[in-house]
Design a protein around this ligand. Structure first.
Ligand code: ZN
Length: 101
């Protein structure tokens, strides 16, 4: 079982070869497009955004699905941040802006 119990263990996971290889596969499977933007009729690719690979069942709570391709999807940074509620601690008016953390 993959250890994701601490921030540093999760960091080790995200730099592992197994993850990086699978991540590349997910991006290819999803045609290098954010699938949430696609669902809204927008084309978001690596040309106009940063693409990230999201764990549908969150890594922290479902380590058994960490390397399950069916549990992974391509999201742009914007959608990924929204999904994880990274904006919620900030003022609402920042919602549509890009933030670097
Ligand atoms: Zn998106």
């Amino acid at each position: 079982m993959i250890d994701v119990s601490t921030r540093s263990a999760r960091h080790s996971f995200y730099v592992s070869t197994a993850w990086l290889k699978l991540r590349a596969k997910v991006l290819a499977r999803d045609n290098y497009e954010c699938i949430w933007c696609k669902a809204e009729g927008k084309v978001t690719t690596k040309k106009n955004a940063v693409l990230e690979v999201d764990h549908i069942k969150e890594l922290e709570h479902y380590p058994q699905y960490a390397l399950d391709i069916k549990n992974l999807r391509t999201l742009c940074k914007n959608c990924h941040n929204k999904r994880h509620g990274r904006y919620q601690r900030r003022n609402k008016r920042f919602d549509d802006e890009e933030f670097e953390w």
